[in-house]
Write a protein that binds this ligand. Structure first.
Ligand code: GLA
Length: 501
C-alpha cells in the first residue's frame, strides 16, 4: 500500500512537472509607460525543470528546478552588477498561469511575474554565451581627452525624441550662447538614432536622422564635434540595433560619417556574452575605433561593473561610467556624486576619466542651488561635463552655472587629478582637488536641510600658514586666511573656493 501511495505521488509530481513544459509570457508596464515582456521557458524532465527567463536585456538560465504539485522552485543565474549570481526563486502554477517571485538585491521588494502560457511546445535553449579571454594586449591609447570631455548629450532631456533638427538646434545654441567658448565641444547623440542594416550589414540611421554625414558636417561647421551611441549587444538599451557582430563595420561607418565620440553601452550584451568577458568585449570596439582611422573618443557605459577603473584604460576607454543612470533629483545626484564616487580617484588621469554620468543641470528637478552643487562636485571630480538639458532654451542662471569659467577651469585643470573628500562631519563635507599651479580647489558642501557653517581645516588640506582664498561662484577674493576657511553654506548648497599655494 505504502509503495503504491509513494508511486502514485511520484507519478503525480512527474505529471505536474511535465505539464509545465512550454513558454509563459508576462507583460508588465514600466513606470514610464513602456510594455516589458518577460518569457519564462520551461523544459520538464521528470520532476526537474530547466529552461531560462528572458527579457529584452538579459537571459537568465534556470540551472536547477523542481516542481512539486502546484509549487515550483527554480535556481536561476542572474547578473547583478556585472557578476552572475545564483538566485533561488519560487513559483506557483494555477491553470494556465505561472506566478514567479524573483527576489531582488538591496532589500528591494521581489519582482512578481504573472506569466500566461503561450505554448506547450518544448522551448529551444538559447545558444551558449560567448566567452572571451580578458588576457588581451592593451589597446593603444588614442591620445584623446587629455582633459575631461565637455559637451552635450541628448539622453537626459530628449530621450527617444532626439532628432536631426534638435541636434542642429543644439549645435547652433552651443556655438552662439557661450558654451562652445567655455569648452563644451561634443554634441552627442544618445540612443534611438539607429535604423536597420542594409544587405551588406551597414548600419543605417532611422527616419529621425535622414543624413548622418550631413549632420556631422553641419556640427563641424559650427566648430563643434559630434558623438554617437551604440551597444556591444544585439540591441541597445532602448531596443534599437546594436553593434554585436558588426564592430569593425560600425566603427568604419561612424568614421566615414565624421563622428568624433562613441558612447558604448552594455545593455543587451549579456544575452550573447558571458558577463565575465566584459573587458574583452569593450577591447574589441577599442581596437575597431583605432582601426577606423579617425580619432574617436571612447566612452564606456557599463555602469561601473567589474571595477572598470582597473581595466578601462586597457580596453582603450577615455572615460567610463562608474554607476547606473543619474536622475534629475537631489537624492539621485547626491547618491551618485557624494556616496558612490569616493575611492576611485586613483584611476583618473589625463586621457582616462571616471564618469559619474551626464549633467542634469537645467532639467528642472533640482533647485539652482542644487545644480551649483552638482556642477561643483563634478568639476572637483574631474568628471566629463556633458550638459543634459535643452540648451536651446535655458534661463540665464542655468547658462551661468554651466559656463562659469572659473569653475569649469577646476574640471579642466591640466594636472588631471580627480579630487577627493578630505572631511565629513554628518551632512557637511569638504572636497579638495589639487591644481597644476600648486593651488587647490576646495568645495564646502552642506547636504543637510538647514544652512550650516562648514569649515575646511588646513590640517585636512595638508596646508600651513596663510593663504589667499577666492570664491569661484561669487567671483570674489576673500583675502588671506590662516588655519582654516569657514563659510555659511545654504541647505544642499556649496561654497567653492580656490586656495592659493
Ligand atoms: C542606458 C545608459 C543611459 C542611456 C540609455 C539609453 O540606460 O546608461 O545613459 O544611454 O541607456 O537607452
Amino acid at each position: 500500500m505504502k509503495i503504491f501511495v509513494a508511486l502514485s505521488l511520484f507519478l503525480c509530481t512527474l505529471a505536474a512537472a511535465e505539464d509545465l513544459t512550454g513558454r509563459w509570457v508576462a507583460t508588465e508596464t514600466t513606470p514610464n509607460g513602456q510594455k516589458r515582456e518577460t518569457t519564462v521557458a520551461l523544459i520538464a524532465e521528470g520532476s526537474s525543470l530547466k529552461g531560462f527567463i528572458a527579457n529584452a536585456r538579459s537571459t537568465m538560465l534556470i540551472v536547477d528546478g523542481r516542481a512539486d504539485g502546484a509549487t515550483v522552485s527554480l535556481t536561476i543565474l542572474r547578473e547583478s552588477n556585472g557578476v552572475d549570481k545564483r538566485v533561488e526563486c519560487s513559483a506557483v502554477v494555477s491553470a494556465d498561469e505561472l506566478k514567479v517571485t524573483l527576489p531582488n538585491d538591496n532589500n528591494r521588494p521581489p519582482t512578481v511575474l504573472t506569466a500566461k502560457r503561450v505554448s506547450s511546445e518544448k522551448p529551444t535553449m538559447p545558444a551558449p554565451k560567448i566567452s572571451l579571454s580578458n588576457d588581451f594586449p592593451p589597446v593603444k591609447y588614442n591620445g584623446l581627452a587629455k582633459t575631461p570631455p565637455m559637451g552635450w548629450n541628448s539622453w537626459n532631456k530628449f530621450h527617444r525624441s532626439v532628432d536631426d533638427k534638435a541636434v542642429r538646434g543644439v549645435a547652433d545654441a552651443m556655438a552662439s550662447n557661450g558654451m562652445k567658448d567655455a569648452g563644451y565641444v561634443y554634441v552627442n547623440i544618445d540612443d534611438t538614432w539607429e535604423g536597420t542594416r542594409d544587405a551588406s550589414g551597414v548600419l543605417q540611421s532611422n527616419e529621425k536622422f535622414p543624413d548622418m554625414k550631413a549632420l556631422a558636417d553641419y556640427v563641424h561647421s559650427k566648430g563643434l564635434k559630434i558623438g554617437i551611441y551604440s551597444s556591444p549587444g544585439p540591441k541597445t538599451c532602448a531596443g534599437f540595433e546594436g553593434s554585436f557582430g558588426h564592430e569593425e563595420q560600425d566603427a568604419k561607418t561612424w568614421a566615414a560619417w565624421g563622428f568624433d565620440y562613441l558612447k558604448y553601452d552594455w545593455c543587451s550584451a549579456s544575452q550573447v556574452y558571458d558577463v565575465k568577458s566584459l573587458p574583452a568585449v569593450y577591447a574589441k570596439m577599442g581596437e575597431a575605433l583605432l582601426k577606423s582611422g579617425r580619432p574617436i573618443v571612447y566612452s564606456l557605459c557599463q555602469y561601473g561593473w567589474q571595477d572598470v577603473g582597473e581595466w578601462g584604460a586597457k580596453v582603450g576607454g577615455n572615460l567610463w561610467r562608474t554607476t547606473g543612470d543619474i536622475g534629475d533629483r537631489w537624492p539621485s545626484m547626491m547618491h551618485i556624486g557624494f556616496e558612490l564616487q569616493p575611492g576611485r580617484s586613483m584611476y583618473a588621469n589625463a586621457g582616462h576619466w571616471n564618469d559619474p554620468d551626464m549633467l542634469e543641470i537645467g532639467n528642472g528637478g533640482m533647485t539652482d542651488e542644487e545644480y551649483r552643487t552638482h556642477m561643483s562636485l563634478w568639476c572637483l571630480l574631474a568628471a566629463p561635463l556633458l550638459a543634459g538639458n535643452d540648451v536651446r532654451d535655458m534661463k540665464k542662471e542655468i547658462l551661468d552655472i554651466l559656463t562659469n569659467r572659473e569653475v569649469v577651469a577646476i574640471d579642466q585643470d591640466p594636472k588631471g587629478v580627480e579630487g577627493v573628500r578630505v572631511a565629513k562631519n554628518g551632512d557637511l563635507e569638504v572636497w579638495e582637488k589639487p591644481l597644476a599651479d600648486g593651488s587647490r580647489a576646495v568645495g564646502l558642501f552642506n547636504l543637510g536641510t538647514n544652512a550650516a557653517q562648514v569649515t575646511a581645516n588646513f590640517s585636512d588640506l595638508k596646508l600651513s600658514g596663510s593663504h589667499a582664498v577666492r570664491d569661484l561662484w561669487a567671483h570674489a577674493d576673500k583675502g588671506n586666511v590662516k588655519d582654516k576657511f569657514e563659510a555659511t553654506v545654504p541647505s544642499h548648497g556649496v561654497v567653492l573656493v580656490k586656495i592659493a599655494k
